[in-house]
Each structure stands twice: as structure tokens, then as C-alpha cells.
Design a protein around this ligand. Structure first.
Ligand code: FES
Length: 647
């Protein structure tokens, strides 16, 4: 096959440089400047949803000024236009440019969102704290017990027998100086010297497919490092149900599943602490949020009851354990907080996402969707809070998709189809597969052009629209289940095969998208509203960050609400886990959410199967192709971002 005119070819890209950082990206022509900035890791404010009415996305094009649009002429003064000011939402990148970003236009990354949230909601107040003490030598005229003397410096605390046994020798050996580590009113440990500035914790988001951990400095409220890993339990089954059944059928599997996750967490802990040169011994607190199955497997709790009605979890309220009981390689006295669980299928990840989104503080009507292998869905209206979770499956992670892969180097992450196919490939590499966003993009683009019908069939050669260009026509190959649409031909890829969307892949996408949409529809119905009445849709989750919302609406996965009502809130499960790590109040709030939330177990809902079947059909007709707003939380790891040269 000869090479098609894909713009994945680097020569066809244009360079956009952002100043003052100097960071630049090679961009596909026609891409919105908002998306280009996001690809470089700069998130620009878009309160109006990119319709050109808020002026919040103002930037200055220093070199390569594009023609101003009608909207820009309306919104900006002649002087502003002359000096290069433009609205990022109105600029299409089609030639080389240099763009100055104004700090006030930047939303910043989700670390900023976390810190904003903490400012808004209270002080840094972790469960574990440290107090340095420096006592005078004991005085024979004022004889006091060792414990009394210690408490005179650190305040009243409960002291267990093991710590009490250590106090006399510690005090005398260290000349009555040291640091007391206190958790929840109890003395955890005494450390020699002043270590009050060395207090660290780790927040984990334990997903069915992947795990993300963030090392936090609990003394300064700083995020130090984040790492991610695949959940090793995937070898036992790629969804929660298969892992539950594995435990039910083979009790030994529970130990294996727990050992697998603990081993991976220990590996992540070692990576983070080595990289930041921090002793694991200085880590005193860990928070973990995951779905009910993941949390129970982490704790080594039997999850077989989740396989049968009424799908009862082992615990509902948040739990606190000593981490050494689980085999985590941290300070032996470190504590693990595991999030409260709403039900067997509405777990700690949903509670964490609700905590991060501040849903219980809102008075408007708001929908939260956190997309992962399981999608968490919640709606808040008035005093009511409904939550559910639906098994979207691992299609968005590339599993069960013929040429599917996760979002790493070589993955096609964006697809645009016009007279030909244009691709963005992570790392600017030759494509070797497609990740979840490209799966959605491809289906949405094929639907728009009439190359895919609402039932999810790639149309036959005879049924392709009469005006289908030859460059597109030649990409359709095969019949029935072998029918496919080639995104990159063999000689353009980094593998020995074409990269294509195959007919069975479309069905996998329909299952994933349909499950999410059916869950949304049922939750909206329970609370008695339609999608039109939603004031805001909060899109969360690591994958959700990268979705092009117009395309997610085109395939029916998201409701047809205006783009400016859909907001990105980052990886909310991880954000919730971080909040709980940093603040006891937030742990209390998580408990409140658990008590307030009314659960909907979709498996027991009489309407679910019908809704699911309906939602698997792609919306018909020529739906609004609105300008999409990027939702990136930052540049993808190894994306086509080229770092700024050293100063
Ligand atoms: S004017 Fe509002 S986002 Fe551009």
C-alpha cells in the first residue's frame, strides 16, 4: 500500500511555541489553540465553553498573528488586536506561531485545583502530626514521671504499652530531646532529633486497571511525585466481576490477589521514596480509594459476597489499619485510611470523587461522571445525592480492541477525518495502536460522515456515501466481522500491521459507552430530571481528561448538554484520596458523603437492560459538531511536548 496523506507525518505539522517558558509542540494543522496549549501542559480557562463570550482565554500571538475572527473583532479592542491579542478558543493553528500566555488565563494543573480546594475548605490537618520536644534534665527537687515530663511538652496523648516501654531508654539515650509522632491523640513513636519537618504520606487511587500513587509532604502540603502502574490483578481478570468470581471459586486466590496488589504498591513506594531520597520510615500515613472490590482485595477481605444478592460489602464506614499488618514497606506504625463504601458496587472511589468535586456543598443540579474500567456516576439535586457505578469494561484502556493499547508512545490519541485521515500519535512516533480517545474519535468521525451506521455497522463498499473520497474508500477492507477501517497502513506504522478499527471493536465501544450512558439515564430518572436540567456535568478520571467531549456526545456516551456545561475536574478519585490524606476534616466529610448517598445498584434495576440496549445505539442524525474544548489535566506522559531548552 502507498502512504496516505496523514498529518501524523511530522513534516505536515506546525510548530507552536509558548512563551515565556519556551515549551513548544508540533501540532496538527486545524487544531484549536486551546487544545495545542493543553498538549503543551497549559490549561487555559474556558468558562463560556469556548463560544467566544467570556474573553477569559485571551492570549497574545507574538509571532505568526492569525487573522482575527468576527468574534474577536467584537470582543477585543483594535489596540488589543494590533498587539496580537486573540481568543485561544477562536484560533485554529495552521502555521508556525509563538504565543504568550497570560497567567490569569491559566487554569493550571490539578495540583492547583487541589490546593485551591484546600484553601477553600480548611487547613492542612493530617491525622498524623509531629511535635519536637527539648526537655531540661530531670530535677530531683521536682520528681515527675517520664510520661508526665513528655506530656508537659507534647500535650496529653494516649500511650500504648509498647511505646511506654520505650520511653525511659529513649529519653535518657537522647538527652530528653526528640520528636513525638502522634496520630488521632495516640503516641505512635518517638524519633531521635528534630524530624518535625519530615512527615510524608502517600495517596493511592486503586483502579481496576491501573493504580496511581502520589507522594505528599504532609508538613508543607506539597505534592512531591506521582507514579502509576498497571494493576497486576489484571492477570486474574480484567474486570471486577471476574476477580470476585475467582475468589469465590478459589479461596486461595484471595491471598494471591492481595499479594499482587501489595507487591505493586511496595514497588511504587520504593520508586517514589528512592527518587525523592526520602526514607520509607518517614511515611506515616497512606490513603487508598478504589471500588469496593479493589478496596476489599487490598485489605485481604473476602469479596465473594459481592457475587450474590444483596452484594454486601464487608464494611461501609472508612477503615484505618496499621500498614505493617498488610505488608506495606513503610514506617511500621504508619496508618492506612481506606475510604468508606456506599455499596458493593458503589465504592470508595465514588466517595473520593464526590469529596473532590465538593458535590455535597453545591445547591445546583450537577452530574459527576468518573470514567474508568468502572464508571462512577452521581447526581446532586437539592438535598438528594444519588450514586451508582457501571462496568464500562477495559475498552478505553485498549483491552479487547484489536489494535487497542494504553495511552503511551505510539498510541494514536486523536483522529480527524475529512478528505483523508489525520492522526496525532503520542510521542510523535509511528503508530502502533489506538488508545481510548482515538477509539471514540474514530467512531464519532465515521458516524459524522455516514461511514458507520447508528447500529454500529461499518457500511459496505456499496453503501458508502457517493461523495466518499478515494483516499477514504481505500481504507475500508474486509467483510462482516473482518470489516475494518484502516487508520494507518502497514508501511506507516511502527509494527508489521495496519492499525485499524475493526467491526468487533465498534461493538466493544458500544458496550462501554452504552453502559455509561444507561447508568447516567437511570440516575437522572431516579432523581426525577432530564439531561436538559443539569446545570453542570463534571467529567473526572484520568481518561476523562483526554476525551474530546464533542465526540463523546456524538457517540452518545455523554448527554447532549451544551459544551460550556461540561467541566473537567481531573482525576477526582486520586484528588479525594489526597484530600483525605491531608485533612482529618476531609475524612469526616467522606463519612458524611457515605451516609448521605443513596445507592443505585444497576444490576438490580428493572430498567437497566432496556436502557443499556437503547444506549448501545449511536445517536442518529447530524448532531451539532461544536468546537471542542480540551480537557487535558496536563500534557500526556511522553506526548509530543518538547521541553523548553535550559535557561
Ligand atoms: S472566550 Fe470564553 S473560552 Fe474563549
Amino acid at each position: 500500500m502507498t502512504a496516505p496523506h496523514t498529518i501524523s507525518n511530522p513534516e505536515k505539522r506546525v510548530r507552536v511555541t509558548f512563551v515565556p517558558s519556551g515549551r513548544f509542540v508540533q501540532e496538527m494543522p486545524g487544531t484549536s489553540l486551546l487544545e495545542t496549549a493543553a498538549r503543551a501542559g497549559f490549561i487555559i480557562e474556558t468558562p463560556c465553553g469556548g463560544n467566544g463570550s467570556c474573553d477569559k482565554c485571551k492570549v497574545r500571538v507574538v509571532k505568526g498573528k492569525p487573522e482575527a475572527t468576527e468574534i474577536e473583532h467584537d470582543r477585543l479592542t483594535a489596540a488589543e488586536l494590533n498587539e496580537g491579542s486573540r481568543l485561544a478558543c477562536q484560533v485554529s493553528v495552521d502555521h508556525e506561531m509563538e504565543v504568550e500566555l497570560y497567567p490569569e488565563s491559566l487554569l493550571s494543573d490539578h495540583h492547583k485545583i487541589l490546593m485551591d480546594g484546600m484553601e477553600a475548605r480548611g487547613k492542612l490537618d493530617p491525622v498524623v502530626s509531629k511535635v519536637y520536644f527539648d526537655l531540661p534534665p530531670s530535677d530531683r527537687r521536682l520528681p515527675k514521671s517520664d510520661l508526665e515530663r513528655l506530656m508537659s511538652a507534647i500535650g496529653d496523648v494516649r500511650v500504648g504499652l509498647s511505646q511506654l516501654r520505650r520511653i525511659p531508654s529513649f529519653m535518657r539515650k537522647n538527652n530528653w530531646r526528640g520528636t513525638a509522632v502522634i496520630a488521632d491523640g495516640s503516641l505512635l513513636r518517638l524519633e531521635p532529633g528534630d524530624t518535625s519537618g519530615e512527615l510524608f504520606g502517600i495517596a493511592f487511587d486503586i483502579g481496576t486497571t491501573s493504580i496511581v500513587g502520589t507522594l505528599m509532604d504532609l508538613a508543607t502540603n506539597n505534592e512531591l511525585l506521582a507514579v502509576s502502574e498497571l494493576n497486576p490483578q489484571i492477570t486474574f481478570g480484567d474486570d471486577v466481576v471476574s476477580r470476585i468470581l475467582r475468589v469465590r471459586d478459589d479461596p486461595e486466590a484471595l491471598v494471591e490477589l492481595q499479594e499482587a496488589i501489595i507487591g505493586t504498591l511496595n514497588g511504587m513506594i520504593a520508586r517514589m521514596t528512592e527518587r525523592m531520597r526520602i526514607s520509607p520510615n518517614r511515611i506515616y500515613e497512606v490513603s487508598a480509594a478504589g471500588n469496593t472490590t479493589m478496596q476489599q482485595l487490598l485489605c485481604g477481605l473476602d469479596c465473594s459476597a459481592l457475587a450474590q444478592v444483596p452484594f454486601a460489602p464487608v464494611f461501609s464506614r472508612g477503615q484505618r489499619f496499621q500498614t505493617d499488618k498488610l505488608g506495606l514497606h513503610l514506617n511500621p506504625d504508619a496508618l492506612l485510611y481506606v475510604f468508606p463504601q456506599i455499596s458493593g458496587f458503589v465504592g470508595g472511589d465514588t466517595v473520593a470523587a464526590l469529596l473532590a468535586s465538593r458535590m455535597i456543598h453545591r445547591r445546583d443540579t450537577c452530574l459527576l461522571i468518573d470514567i474508568g474500567t468502572n464508571a462512577e456516576i452521581a447526581v446532586r439535586r437539592g438535598d438528594a445525592l444519588f450514586a451508582t457505578s457501571t462496568a464500562a469494561g477495559p475498552a478505553f484502556e485498549g483491552a479487547r480492541i484489536t489494535n487497542g493499547m494504553r495511552g503511551r508512545i505510539g498510541a494514536i490519541e486523536k483522529v480527524v477525518i475529512d478528505r483523508d485521515v489525520h492522526l496525532n500519535v503520542i510521542g510523535d512516533a509511528r503508530p502502533i495502536g489506538l488508545c481510548g480517545t482515538a477509539l471514540i474519535d474514530t467512531a464519532a468521525e465515521l458516524l459524522r460522515h455516514g461511514y458507520l451506521d447508528p447500529l454500529g455497522r461499518l457500511v459496505s463498499d456499496d453503501d458508502l456515501p457517493a461523495d466518499t473520497p478515494p483516499s477514504i474508500r481505500r481504507r475500508f477492507i474486509g467483510e462482516k466481522s473482518e470489516r475494518r477501517f484502516i487508520l494507518a497502513f502497514e508501511d506507516e506504522t511502527g509494527s508489521d500491521n495496519d492499525v485499524a478499527l475493526w467491526q468487533p471493536d465498534v461493538q466493544e465501544l458500544q458496550l462501554a459507552s452504552g453502559a455509561i450512558r444507561a447508568g447516567i439515564n437511570i440516575v437522572l430518572r431516579k432523581i426525577g430530571i432530564t439531561a436538559d436540567e443539569l446545570d453542570e456535568v463534571l467529567l473526572a478520571g484520568a481518561f476523562g481528561n483526554f476525551i474530546r467531549r464533542a465526540n463523546a456526545r456524538r457517540i452518545g456516551m455523554l448527554p447532549q448538554v451544551p459544551g460550556d456545561r461540561i467541566k473537567f475536574i481531573g482525576n477526582s478519585t486520586l484528588l479525594g484520596a489526597k484530600l483525605a490524606l491531608l485533612s482529618q476534616d476531609k475524612q469526616e466529610e467522606a463519612e458524611t458523603i457515605q451516609r448521605m448517598a443513596q445507592r443505585i445498584d444497576l444490576s438490580g434495576d428493572a430498567d437497566f437492560q432496556r436502557e443499556f440496549a437503547d444506549a448501545m445505539v449511536f445517536p442518529d442524525g447530524d448532531l451539532d459538531r461544536c468546537r471542542d474544548i480540551p480537557t487535558f489535566a496536563g500534557a500526556r506522559e511522553n506526548a509530543i511536548v518538547v521541553p523548553a531548552p535550559p535557561e
